[in-house]
Design a protein around this ligand. Structure first.
Ligand code: 13P
Length: 346
């Protein structure tokens, strides 16, 4: 048992506290630059710093957000007045999280498939992040649906890496967010998404069990069971909620404190609606909290409004807070599309 067991248990519970979810802002420099490019923001370290300052200094963010996931560059940065971001987060009661994988790379011998890297030297990096104040971590595995893929080799290699990462995190005092993302890209049906997500979660929990992971000291970050973006037959909000919850109930041990979804390219409204129905319809029947760990579905409207213009910071923060609030409501089954009209007069 980890010497941090008690702390890990408490952190995991706090991450998925009632009415709260996790803010993912851990885009690698490459991904962040891609998003900046699309809206015409210069791709410099200073702009990435300014943008992350905008997010972390949003007033009242902690009403809806329990913790935020940072990238290695970000955890070392500070506000323009020199206050370390880690200090800003501590002062605002936001738990510090850190992405520790080093990205999804081509899986040898399996064209079109990826395996996530980052285990080498991970014990030392975890120790450094813990020292800097981090209390949870994230590792994202990517599963692609296509013709004859995913292969068992891809699912198994990724599940094994997730389990070894989770073991190192629990040893070093960080709650592991275990993120097996089945991509929404493609023309697959919701049934196919369910089947692949089911196999992936089954394999991931088998590997976590084999590596002696304490299930009450981790958070699962899955994708939803949902038709591919290019599939002509799109499902209703309720069908997505039903399939997603069924898949989780078949695979996720009751002692896991929380399931915090990624948004995966869904629109803001879809991400909130799906989360909302899952809670409204199934919260009583599920042993774990069901909440969000969104990046795009919280950040995107703020980024598009800001576009690097510092006179727009306050308005962008309002947009960000609005999305956090909508998803907080959804995590309690209290969201409706009507609520989108409130606030946000920017
Ligand atoms: P999205 O919500 O934009 O999918 O990002 C979540 C995340 O952290 C992916 O790793």
């Amino acid at each position: 048992m980890s010497k941090y067991a008690e702390e890990l248990r408490n952190t995991a519970k706090a991450m998925v506290a009632e009415g709260k979810g996790i803010l993912a802002m851990d885009e690698s420099n490459r991904t962040c630059n891609k998003r900046f490019d699309k809206v015409g923001v210069p791709t410099t370290e200073e702009m990435r710093r300014s943008y992350r300052e905008l997010i972390l200094t949003t007033p009242n963010l902690s009403n809806y957000i329990s913790g935020a996931i940072l990238y290695d560059e970000t955890i070392r940065q500070a506000t323009k007045d020199g206050v370390p971001f880690t200090q800003v987060m501590k002062d605002n009661g936001i738990i510090i999280g850190i992405k520790v994988d080093t990205g999804a790379k081509d899986l040898a011998g399996h064209p079109g498939e990826k395996v996530t890297e980052g285990l080498d030297g991970l014990r030392d990096r975890i120790a450094e992040y813990y020292e800097m104040g981090a209390r949870f971590a994230k590792w994202r595995a990517v599963i692609t649906i296509g013709e004859n893929i995913p292969s068992n080799a891809c699912i198994e290699a990724n599940a094994h890496a997730l389990a070894r990462y989770a073991a190192l995190c629990q040893e070093g005092g960080l709650v592991p967010i275990v993120e097996p993302e089945v991509l929404i890209d493609g023309d697959h049906t919701i049934e196919r998404s369910y089947e692949v997500t089911n196999q992936t979660l089954h394999t991931v929990f088998d590997q976590l069990y084999r590596q002696d992971i304490a299930f009450d000291q981790m958070i699962l970050k899955p994708s939803m069971s949902i038709a591919g973006k290019q599939c002509p037959q799109q499902s209703s909000v309720e069908e997505v909620a039903d399939a997603t919850v069924e898949c989780l109930r078949n695979n996720v041990p009751a002692s896991v404190p929380g399931v915090a979804f990624l948004s995966g390219g869904q629109t803001n409204e879809q991400a909130a609606q799906h989360l909302n129905i899952m809670n409204a319809k199934y919260a009583q029947e599920c042993p774990w909290r069901i909440t969000f760990s969104y990046a795009r579905a919280i950040q995107q409207s703020a980024l598009e409004h800001w576009r690097g213009d510092n006179s727009k910071v306050e308005e962008a923060q309002k947009l960000l807070l609005h999305r956090a609030k909508m998803n907080s409501a959804a995590s309690q089954g209290k969201y409706s599309l009507d609520m989108e009209k409130e606030a946000v007069a920017v």
